[in-house]
Ligand binder design. Structure first.
Ligand code: PEP
Ligand code: MG
Length: 548
């Protein structure tokens, strides 16, 4: 019998057991102390910096990805910089203790980096991380950030920010459990991208002491401590058998009686295409282009954009690639757009709305997409995020046609757009439902807010009703209507979505085999019946129950 069972929302299936480790917080600077032995204090500071360098180098050696290793080595160089060490020593000689001398020396470096602008200014935040690490060593605390103990473990955190993900070594992290976050949070998206079992919105997980062995079930959302080895092994084996059975199926998505639902992959760059191929994706249903723009002080130029898009189009030759134009703002702020100061960014100038203020960003991107398409001959469909009205959709389609792109559609992420799906389909070639944002705006619940995770549940009947409106409009117009939000990755929901009239499901490649298996176990008639039951349900629990 387990000691304690915590329950959250399972967002990526799979069962694993391992020691739990939490992300350590950055240490606060302690109160200043009087230095009596300057030489010893300087040696203490130098040793802390050396430990930071050594730890970064160890991580670089272990990193599976060359880019990550390079970033870590560059950070190690910064932490080992001689000028920095001299600066720390001078501050100690001037009477500061080691933590304050390190803080002061890093602050001077930071100012210099910011003044230099460009690449160096973009690296300024790395200096804060290095300072926090050195101070943590001095205080005898774990270094902040994602742990890298050199063995496999379950990562626990309040929530994961996109910045944490670069640090996450999939050879060490075997599961993710977060106290907050919801089914559409970055943690959920990252977990599916990496194929890691994950549980979000799991209260109490941060109270579990580091090193405690936990059994994590990413399907049921259970996180148990004190589970015996035999019980853990049996649970892991049962889950692995299910995964293996699903992976054995290949071929296009269809119900048992042959009703086709295209199974597509969500990607962020050409790097993800191999995983899409491995999962036998029929194409790309969402190419999120903002990865190319993140952390950039300047917009990537035409040539750089053409190259990035071409890589994906080429790798998917002959198959459909739905590429989304830049989705900036709200949870994806982009420095070059200078959008600071919006009182409520989620309701602000984001997605396609950016084109109201910076139309050239959209036209440059559409031109780059068109050029990459022309070079590769891929079946490229282009779509805009955060569209609310027919007028916005018309303007986008006109811009896409002007660039020479034959297939243009819009995402349905705003309830207003779902309600007017039939009107939108008069001007666009296809719709793609972004259930992450559609949940957020339908329920007025921030998609990052773990406390409201129940409202963001993709089984909410009101959300499914809006999906049904789009599906119905698509059927009437004879035009495709896909789902590319996280809801598409839920195998039990796939037949329901198909029954609502959705013609394609696009998801993280790792989620694809289970969705394929779920679809193939139902007839089209089953799907329609399950869809009607789910929409008629009083709430998500009843909707899930009705799916059997
Ligand atoms: C969505 O909102 O469902 C979606 C697919 O877009 P993103 O998660 O990138 O906002
Ligand atoms: Mg979205």
């Amino acid at each position: 019998m387990p000691d304690t069972v915590l329950t959250g929302i399972g967002v990526c299936p799979g069962v694993v057991a391992g020691p739990l480790l939490r992300i350590a917080a950055a240490p606060a600077l302690p109160a200043p102390t009087t230095v009596t032995d300057v030489v010893a204090e300087a040696a203490r500071a130098a040793a802390a910096l050396a430990e930071v360098v050594a730890e970064l180098e160890r991580r670089a050696d272990r990193a599976g990805d060359d880019t990550v290793a390079e970033v870590l080595r560059a950070e190690a160089l910064m932490a080992g910089d001689e000028e920095l060490r001299d600066g720390v020593r001078e501050l100690i000689e001037a009477g500061h203790d080691a933590p304050h001398a390190i803080d002061g020396a890093f602050a001077t470096f930071r100012e210099a980096f910011e003044a230099a602008g460009g690449y160096l200014a973009e690296r300024a935040a790395d200096l804060d991380d290095l300072r926090d690490r050195a101070v943590a060593v001095l205080l005898g605390r774990p270094m902040p950030g994602v742990p890298s103990p050199g063995h496999r473990y379950v990562l626990a955190a309040r929530d994961l920010a996109p910045a944490d993900t670069a640090d996450l070594d999939p050879n060490q992290v075997i599961a993710l459990v977060t106290e907050t976050g919801g089914p559409t949070s970055h943690t959920a998206i990252l977990a599916r991208a990496l194929g890691l079992p994950a549980v979000v919105a799991c209260p109490g997980v941060l109270a579990v002491p580091d090193g405690t062995t936990v059994l994590v079930d990413g399907a049921t959302g259970r996180v148990a401590t004190g589970v015996g080895d035999a019980e853990a092994e049996a649970a892991i084996e049962a889950s692995a058998r299910l995964t293996a059975a699903a992976s054995a199926l290949t071929g296009p998505g269809r119900t048992s009686d042959g009703y086709a639902v295209k199974l597509l992959a969500n990607v962020g760059s050409a790097k993800d295409v191999a995983a899409a191929d491995e999962a036998h994706a029929e194409g790309i249903g969402l190419f999120r282009t903002e990865l190319l723009f993140l952390d950039r002080a300047r917009e990537p130029g035409h040539g750089e954009q053409v190259a990035a898009y071409r890589d994906v189009f080429r790798a998917m030759a002959g198959r459909r690639v739905v590429i989304r134009t830049l989705d900036a703002g709200a949870d994806k702020p982009l420095p070059f757009l200078n959008q600071e100061g919006e009182p409520n960014p989620a309701l602000g100038v984001r997605g396609l709305r950016v084109a109201r203020q910076r139309p050239e960003v959209l036209t440059t991107q559409l031109a780059a997409i068109a050029e990459a398409r022309a070079e590769t001959g891929a079946d490229v469909w282009v779509m805009a995020p955060m569209v609310s009205t027919v007028a916005e959709a018309s303007a986008f389609v006109a811009a896409a046609r002007e660039a020479g792109l034959p297939r243009a559609g819009v995402m349905i992420e705003v309830p207003a757009a779902a309600l007017r799906a039939a009107d939108l389909l008069r001007v666009v070639d296809f719709l793609s439902i972004g259930t992450n944002d559609l949940s957020q705006y339908t329920f007025a619940a921030d998609r990052m807010c773990g406390a409201l995770a129940d409202l963001l549940d993709p089984w909410q009947p009101a959300l499914l009703q809006l999906v049904g409106l789009c599906g119905e409009a698509g059927r009437a117009a004879g035009k495709p209507v896909g789902v590319c939000g996280e809801a598409a990755a839920d195998p039990r929901l796939a037949p329901v979505l198909a029954g609502l009239g959705v013609t394609s499901l696009s998801m993280s490649p790792r989620a694809l085999p289970a969705v394929r298996a779920a679809l193939s176990s139902r007839t089209a008639e089953d799907c329609r019946r399950l869809a009607a039951l789910a929409v008629a349900a009083a709430g998500p629990a009843e909707a899930r129950g009705s799916a059997g």
